[in-house]
Design a protein around this ligand. Structure first.
Ligand code: SF4
Ligand code: SF4
Ligand code: FES
Length: 264
């Protein structure tokens, strides 16, 4: 997060979000210790930008998916450190805010092709997993409401598929790890389990194999070459005229032109 040399001073002359100019309540927040007045309806991310910060790190999708905007905050008089995603959390008066766009957790290096999908593999790559004290701080810290402690517990028990399933919604924000007294790298353990599951446990998708086979045999090559030779206007025309699945499709729908689709 870098500060651009423009400071917002005259807040009264600014257009306020969510209503006519000048009508929205302002709240004080503290960013890395410095006080700013920002519109009360803004997310932390938008409030930071309103205050003049240019987010070159700690900001990605702006929609709660990429996990880049992990943020910690606290209110005066409270000992409690709160956490959230800056793009999803609305500001509250007197929040003391700092972003943690990256947390330096342990990250094992491996070749997924060479690993066995077992608890021993997880334990060998992340031996610290056994230091978990079961405090549940990770679960309470997770902005995605994942039961982090439980997926770590499943990984400890060698239930790789279970850990993969429970950690599926992880956005890799690192907040669980930042708060763990046992210095676990929960999110890296979760993604290891998902990779092990995807590569070695999940049944292969036959239809994907079939399409890959057809690609390798050049079924789509002629069509691709044709597209590459088209002018922009022609491309737009065929795009706009393409067959589209109706909003209220029957249970099974397929286009009339089956040149490039695989029909079972
Ligand atoms: S915060 Fe760390 S020690 Fe506590 S339950 Fe989660 S992984 Fe275990
Ligand atoms: S499991 Fe950890 S890294 Fe993943 S979303 Fe939850 S807090 Fe973020
Ligand atoms: S910017 Fe992607 S989760 Fe917040």
């Amino acid at each position: 997060m870098s500060k651009i040399p423009v400071e917002v001073k005259d807040k009264s002359s600014k257009k306020k979000t969510g209503g006519p100019a000048g009508t929205e309540a302002m709240v004080p927040i503290f960013v890395m210790g410095k006080r700013y007045e920002v519109p009360a309806s803004l997310t932390i991310q938008k409030a930071l930008e309103y205050a003049g910060y240019q987010l070159v790190r700690g900001c990605g999708c702006r929609g709660g998916i990429c996990g880049a905007c992990g943020t910690v905050y606290r209110f005066p008089g409270s000992y409690r450190i709160e956490v959230g995603l800056a793009c999803q959390t609305v500001v509250e008066p007197d929040m003391y805010i700092t972003q943690i766009p990256f947390f330096p957790a342990n990250k094992a290096v491996y070749d997924i092709e060479k690993l066995e999908p077992t608890g021993s593999t997880v334990a060998a790559l992340y031996p610290e997993i056994f230091k978990c004290v079961g405090c549940g701080t990770c679960t309470r810290s997770c902005p995605m409401d994942i039961d982090v402690m439980e997926y770590i517990s499943r990984a400890i028990r060698g239930d790789v598929a279970g850990a993969a399933e429970l950690s599926f919604d992880c956005v890799m924000c690192g907040l669980c790890s930042a708060r763990c007294p046992a210095e676990e790298a929960q999110y890296n353990i979760g993604i290891l389990c998902r990779r092990l599951y995807g590569r070695h446990i999940a049944p292969r998708a036959k239809h994907v194999n079939k399409v890959v086979d057809l690609i390798e045999k050049g079924k789509f090559q002629k069509g691709l070459e044709k597209l590459k030779r088209m002018k922009m206007a022609e491309l737009k025309k065929i795009y706009n005229e393409r067959e589209i699945e109706p909003d209220m499709a029957e249970e099974y729908w397929e286009p009339e032109d089956k040149t490039f689709i695989i029909v079972e």
